[in-house]
Design a protein around this ligand. Structure first.
Ligand code: PGA
Length: 249
């Protein structure tokens, strides 16, 4: 880890009912006991308000936001709606949305801008497919995807990046430490070209099958500033060891 303050973010995806609020409270309690680490949970839209009420000092976020302020977009959630529900942050550009909802990098940049305007912090996700990884030019492809997805007002005080190789998400297969190191360096260099020295303050998280066993090794990589965690964030029992790994990295 680095002098950048680590961020450990849980992405609950399409999981979680009110019965899970106890897990959120337990995770928030561990976050309160870890002042050197930022911890956040990105829960389903329906759970934002009850989660924010159960853990008022904790960062609860949404998993997507519409790029428009309001209007005829059936089923979508606006930035103002997230804020009103109690969200303080949002994820944009997750590969599952880029694939399932065909979101382009332009749309992702617009979503990030809209979220920032509403006062939300943002985690912007990028990552390569297995075909790109096997072709040997993953750094180049993901750097280009990052630049295309970056909103004009990108800055370290509200934005973090999550590098998530698609083939490592939910598969139990983690990128090697060498591959993570090379990618995070490449992404920071690409960021420097756009936002200058502020790139050195911007957090770049790793995501993809992070768990209590592999977290310490991943967080020890110089340009890794925390993690975006799916499956292992669903219970305090699995998530707390990851927070502890960040604390001692
Ligand atoms: P995973 O998901 O930890 O279950 O691989 C990570 C993510 O998609 O954010």
């Amino acid at each position: 880890m680095t002098t950048r303050r680590p961020l450990i973010a849980g992405n609950w995806k399409m999981n979680g009912l009110k019965a899970s609020l106890g897990e959120i409270s337990a995770i928030a309690a561990e976050a309160a006991a870890s002042p050197a680490v930022d911890v956040a949970l990105f829960v389903p839209a329906t759970l934002i308000a009850p989660a924010a009420a159960a853990a008022p000092d904790f960062l609860i976020g949404g998993q997507d936001v519409h790029e428009n302020e309001s209007g005829a977009h059936t089923g979508c959630v606006s930035a103002a709606m997230l804020v009103e529900a109690g969200a303080k942050g949002v994820i944009v550009g997750h590969s599952e949305r880029r694939t399932d909802q065909h979101e382009t990098s332009d749309t992702v940049a617009a979503k990030a801008s809209r979220a920032k305007a509403a006062g939300l912090s943002v985690i912007l996700c990028v990552g390569e497919s297995l075909a790109v990884r096997d072709a040997g030019n993953a750094e180049e492809v993901v750097s280009a995807q990052l630049i295309e997805s970056l909103p004009q007002e990108a800055a370290s005080d509200w934005l973090s990046i999550a590098y998530e190789p698609i083939w490592a998400i939910g598969t139990g297969r983690v990128a090697t430490v060498e591959a993570i190191d090379a990618m995070h360096r490449a992404l920071r260099a690409a960021l420097r070209g756009v936002i200058g020295e502020d790139a050195d303050k911007l957090r770049i998280l790793y995501g993809g099958s992070v768990n209590g066993e592999n977290a310490a090794e991943i967080f020890a990589v110089a340009d890794v500033d925390g993690g975006l965690v799916g499956g292992a964030s669903l219970t305090a029992g699995k998530f707390v060891p990851i927070i502890k790994a960040a604390r001692s990295a």
